[in-house]
Design a protein around this ligand. Structure first.
Ligand SMILES: N[C@@H](CCC(=O)N[C@@H](CSC=O)C(=O)NCC(=O)O)C(=O)O
Length: 287
């Protein structure tokens, strides 16, 4: 396939018989240059392969998952491409946290479309990860439109919301330690009050627990696979997996929540269970 001139390749590494590549491009949704990574398994040399979109957490770029999760060996075995975007718009023109903290602004886009100035100019990560990036990837790489989505923490919640808001768009969804109920935790309240404004009612469209409760009768309920470390320091205050469990039970939404004793919030935890998630996605993608 010939790459569009709008994609600038900035890195390439051979990995498990496939290729890890990084690209810079101009994002129309975000109004800035963005970098994403793609892992193409060896099977992509012979024909198009399905794609898992991975959404990372606070402070991350495209690099954390690709360097730390150890996903390439199993993705190469299963014939799945993995696309890892950045976690926010970036650049000197893009406002960040006025206080310089790490849980808002750069590295903390929360995968929402901001409605409030000045954030609404660039912070449209939902449109970027759900629409613009898949279109770009599907037009430029040997991939099919069979998509799965997964992520960690802020990105785990982003994956849940992306799937819940778009029935039929993803074959499967999973999350590691998602911020399950952002309208009721400090990270979510800080981000949503700035990106979405003071009206808490408007936040519900971006909260997985609220979306699960509000899914209309007859609409696909994609099963959720969630792993959560029991020794995660953010568990009680920020992540609240019990709220997700309660929302699913109340709505009859299929959830497999696996509490993993001794595991924290780090990529050591993700690397320990990523194979299970990849196999879960492969089963759906190859159906
Ligand atoms: N301030 C710390 C902690 C930030 C942190 O733990 N980030 C997580 C995601 S948290 C929820 O979205 C993460 O994935 N960090 C990157 C990593 O490679 O571990 C810090 O600045 O690191």
């Amino acid at each position: 396939m010939t790459l569009s001139a709008s994609l600038e390749q900035i890195a390439v590494n051979r990995s498990f018989g496939g290729w890890h590549k990084r690209f810079r491009h101009r994002s129309a949704a975000l109004g800035c240059d963005m970098v994403f990574a793609i892992y193409l398994p060896p099977q992509a040399e012979d024909g198009p392969v399905p794609v898992l979109y991975w959404l990372s957490g606070l402070t991350c770029s495209d690099e954390n998952f690709m360097q730390k999760a150890g996903a390439q060996r199993v993705a190469a075995e299963l014939g799945i491409a993995i696309v890892a975007p950045d976690t926010s718009p970036r650049g000197t023109d893009v406002p960040g946290d006025p206080d310089g903290s790490w849980d808002f602004g750069h590295g903390a886009g929360f995968y929402v479309n901001a409605t409030q100035a000045p954030w609404n100019v660039h912070y449209r990560m939902y449109d970027y990860v759900v629409a613009e990036l898949p279109s770009l990837v599907e037009a430029n790489f040997p991939v099919t439109d069979a998509r799965a989505i997964a992520g960690h923490s802020m990105g785990g919640h982003g994956a849940l919301v992306s799937a819940l808001k778009n029935p039929g768009r993803y074959r499967s969804v999973s999350a590691f330690a998602p911020i399950s109920h952002p309208t009721t935790c400090p990270w979510g309240e800080k981000a949503f009050s700035r990106y979405l404004g003071a009206d808490r009612q408007s936040w519900k469209a971006w909260d997985a627990c609220e979306l699960i409760a509000a899914l209309p009768e007859g609409v696909e309920r994609l099963p959720l696979l969630v792993d959560q470390g029991e020794a995660d320091g953010f568990l009680a205050e920020q992540l609240k997996p019990a709220d997700l469990e309660a929302a699913c039970a109340e709505a009859g939404h299929p959830l497999t929540l696996r509490l993993q004793p001794g595991y924290d919030h780090s990529y050591y935890f993700i690397a320990s269970f990523i194979e299970d998630h990849l196999r879960h996605h492969a089963a759906a993608l190859q159906d």
